[in-house]
Design a binder for this molecule. Structure first.
Ligand SMILES: Cc1ncc(COP(=O)(O)O)c(C=O)c1O
Length: 445
């Protein structure tokens, strides 16, 4: 028997169902980004503006997904869109060096604490691939540590222990069987576990990559003691500390999570907001580490780390949209970041209240303008690592919750990221939708 909430979704979205049936014939699983799939079929949308998105059946949604947390200025911000229309007249992609990439690089170096140099690519996945390669090339060592539950794009190097308990070890078929020899995972915020892995890596410890607020884990935040431990250990051992700021960059603060927590990594990977809505990735960091990727006749192939080969690296539309977005964020930073955090606080408090009213135990993780609801097995259980997510929460309830939210006019996949376009009406609409969903989930229908 189909659950009521699935039937409701199907009744509301026949156009999406039809499109997905066609898509499944020509695309494996009907979709080209796994996270865009949700049961019973993905929502097909036609357009997005500000804080809203419209599906092919004409339903409007308050958007919390916001283009994979990219659209901090809202969907299709007029200043960026107008400038892009103008810029297109000068060529879509030329494949030669342009002034625009210099301007964006200067801006990144100006605002991101660790950035002495930056190099652009076309996706966050490439950025994390290059960051790992740089860490290995710079140190001459092999072992990279990552966090259990950390998603760094579909980068082969980091495709272990992303979705426990379903995947422990290589994240699916088709990956090198010895991946774990050189990439190992540790639990976030577990100093003992991490110290053990560092000891085991010994002289072969090249570095560690982590998100300060783990996206796929539901925005679990790395604690100050844990970050200090990592900073000290990597410095002491000459290893490279990498923050993956593909989500948090320019979001938690203009200077990203590293400004937010006051810890400066050696390298940072960037994406999403940096491209102002256009495809992007970047690696930024210490000049001595970045420098080994430079094309210089003096450096032999053995010494150089190859970064870049991307046809679309530094395409002018991305560089222009990115620079405009960062300029807007910079010029309004004292207003934007506190306002986003305050709105998120109010929204999350509202959400906590409606679940408390029906005695459904949840933890609403909240950091800056990001949030995610965890469904606890018991009130008060901690969620400080992916082990806690597995042991202390009902992860399967998240998909149910997200579908129910869609039925009540809010789009999210997992978690939410607010934009400057979210108004009081959006927040009330989102909290009211949570009220209805909390009631339904408590009653189990
Ligand atoms: C933390 C993090 N790193 C890397 C990536 C990969 O970025 P992209 O999807 O642009 O390849 C993502 C994508 O969601 C991400 O969230």
């Amino acid at each position: 028997m189909t659950s009521d909430f699935i039937s409701t979704f199907e009744q509301k979205t026949p156009g999406s169902k039809r499109l997905n049936e066609v898509a499944c014939q020509v695309t494996p699983g009907g979709i080209s980004h796994d996270s865009r799939y949700h049961a019973p079929y993905p929502l097909y949308v036609t357009r997005a503006k500000g804080s809203k998105v419209w599906d092919v059946d004409g339903n409007a949604y308050h958007d919390l997904w916001m283009a994979h947390y990219d659209a901090i200025l809202g969907h299709a911000p007029p200043m960026v869109v107008d400038r892009l229309k103008e810029a297109m007249e000068d060529g879509l992609h030329i494949g030669m060096a342009m002034e625009h990439e210099v301007a964006l690089a200067q801006k990144v170096v100006e605002v991101l604490p660790c950035a002495q140099q930056v190099r652009f690519c076309a996706s966050g996945t490439e950025a994390t691939m290059y960051a790992v390669r740089l860490a290995r090339g710079f140190t001459g060592r092999n072992v990279i540590l990552k966090i259990v539950g950390g998603w760094h794009g579909a980068n082969t190097d980091l495709m272990i222990d992303v979705r426990p308990p379903e995947y422990i070890g290589p994240e699916g078929a088709g990956l090198p069987p010895d991946l774990n020899s050189y990439t190992r995972s540790v639990q976030l915020n577990d100093i003992e576990d991490t110290a053990k892995a560092i000891r085991e890596a010994g002289d072969d410890f090249a570095g560690i990559i982590l998100e300060v607020a783990m996206g796929a884990g539901g925005f679990i935040v790395a604690e100050p003691d844990y970050l200090s431990f990592l900073r000290e250990e990597t410095t002491k051992r000459g290893a490279v500390l990498i923050f993956d700021e593909v989500i948090t960059g320019f979001r938690l603060a203009l200077g990203g999570a590293q400004e937010y927590v006051g810890v400066t990594p050696d390298l940072t990977t960037l994406g999403k907001i940096l491209g102002g809505g256009m495809p992007v990735g970047a690696i930024a960091g210490r000049a001595d580490v970045m420098e080994i990727s430079a094309v210089t006749p003096k450096r032999s192939k053995r010494e150089k780390v190859l970064i870049g080969g991307g046809t679309y690296s530094c395409n002018p539309l991305t560089m222009i949209a990115g620079a405009m977005t960062l300029n807007i964020l910079q010029s309004r930073k004292n207003e934007i970041y506190p306002a986003l955090a305050e709105t998120n606080q109010r929204m999350c408090d509202g959400i906590r209240g409606v679940f408390a009213d029906v005695a459904l135990p949840v933890l609403v993780n909240q950091v800056g303008s990001l949030m995610e609801v965890h469904f606890l097995k018991e009130e008060g259980l901690p969620v400080r690592s992916m082990a806690d997510v597995v042991n202390n929460t009902y992860k399967d309830k998240q998909a149910e919750y997200a579908t129910r939210m869609r039925n009540h006019g809010v789009f999210l996949l997992h978690g939410g990221g607010l934009s400057v376009e979210h108004t009081e009406t959006d927040i009330q609409g989102i909290v009211n939708a949570h009220r209805a969903v909390a009631q339904e989930m408590a009653e189990g229908n």
